[in-house]
Design a binder for this molecule. Structure first.
Ligand code: MN
Length: 347
């Protein structure tokens, strides 16, 4: 399987039929179950969190050792014989809004003459999302019900996807690795609820992530200069170039590619986003998830809202893929399930 050679070696968690979840590294069409080749109790945990908490030196050592093992013929479990599950127990989840094209396109729908808010070029705008509804790729996405306007409650008619790049940190602000993120969004609920505090339930019902976390170290060769920033960011948000990552991204809807873009277009880089969070005195925890915001560009839209719809129907399947040279991100997949009848009032 191209995209999963020694250059990549992404981390995930696999489960054999009837077995416990086990941290693993993907190589080709197989995976190395880490507890079977490395003597460290962190690999007997059901998530990657304890390993992530060890920090970059440990990640580098394990990556090097696993590279030697797989090229030396270490036993692999076939991916067809295991299920991939959520690789981390997500502590906190932050979603940014860091694509200039996306922010401008969406802003124009609401404020045609002045699409970009005055803060946008000064800081990476974001919000805290709901960690407990981050789900593994392949999990069916139930259409949410909610308030759609004054006196109106029902199934969301304008269900959307958002193509994003996510990353997972340790407890000191180092980035462990990157995933694909689909930030499912309920647009009618969002338009009604978002003022003045931002999105709430419309983006909290489900967020899908890809099963394999590509190590940050593997992506170093794919750094490229980011878009020019004007005004110059404040000193604490300054990062050296090249700050962006050259990752080709695509969205497929029901088997047809409907959008192509690239993570290099992000105005605010992952390191600037994290610096912004930490500037407030916040220290992330191992396993926290950060997402870029919808990645749009002149080449393609990362969501349906920017195209003006049509939105997702029940049974629609959305697949997002990413690739950087010989490094595949694999895919994040989700099918829309009917929401059923709205819940009755709580008693
Ligand atoms: Mn989003």
């Amino acid at each position: 399987m191209p995209g999963y050679g020694v250059e990549n070696l992404p981390y995930g968690v696999v489960r054999r039929p009837g077995g416990e979840p086990q941290p693993a590294v993907r190589f080709g069409d197989g995976a190395v179950v880490l507890a079977e080749v490395l003597d460290d109790p962190v690999f007997r945990e059901p998530t990657l969190n304890a390993f992530i908490a060890q920090g970059p030196d440990a990640w580098g050592r394990v990556r090097e050792r696993v590279g030697e093992l797989v090229t030396g013929g270490a036993p692999l479990v076939a991916l067809s014989d295991v299920e991939t599950v959520l690789p981390v127990a997500v502590g906190d989840y932050v979603d940014f809004y860091s694509s200039l094209e996306h922010a401008t396109n969406v802003g124009r729908l609401l404020r045609p003459d002045d699409p970009l808010m005055p803060n946008w070029r000064h800081l990476p705008v974001g919000y805290h999302g709901r960690a407990g509804t981050v789900v593994a790729s392949g999990t069916p996405i139930r259409r949410p019900s909610g308030q759609l306007g004054p006196g109106e409650f029902g199934p969301e008619p304008a269900l959307d996807f958002e193509l994003e790049l996510g990353y997972v940190t340790d407890g000191r602000g180092h980035i462990f690795g990157f995933t694909l993120v689909n930030d499912w969004s309920a647009r009618r609920m969002q338009a009604w609820e978002y003022q003045p505090l931002g999105p709430f339930l419309s983006k909290a019902f489900a967020t899908s992530i890809s099963p394999w976390i590509v190590p940050a170290e593997a992506l170093e060769p794919f750094r490229v200069a980011g878009p020019e920033q004007d005004p110059e960011p404040l000193p604490h948000l300054h990062v050296d170039e090249p700050r962006a990552l050259d990752i080709d991204l695509e969205v497929e809807l029901n088997g047809e590619v409907i959008a192509r873009t690239n993570a290099r277009h992000l105005y605010w880089s992952h390191e600037q986003q994290l610096a912004h969070v930490m500037s407030a005195g916040i220290t992330p925890k191992a396993g926290d998830l950060f997402a870029s915001g919808t990645i749009s560009s002149a080449e393609g839209y990362g969501c349906l809202l920017e195209k003006g719809g049509p939105f997702l129907e029940d049974g629609d399947e959305v697949v997002m893929r990413g690739i950087a040279g010989a490094i595949s991100f694999g895919e994040v997949r989700g099918m829309v399930a009917s929401g059923g009848s709205p819940p009755s009032r709580l008693r």
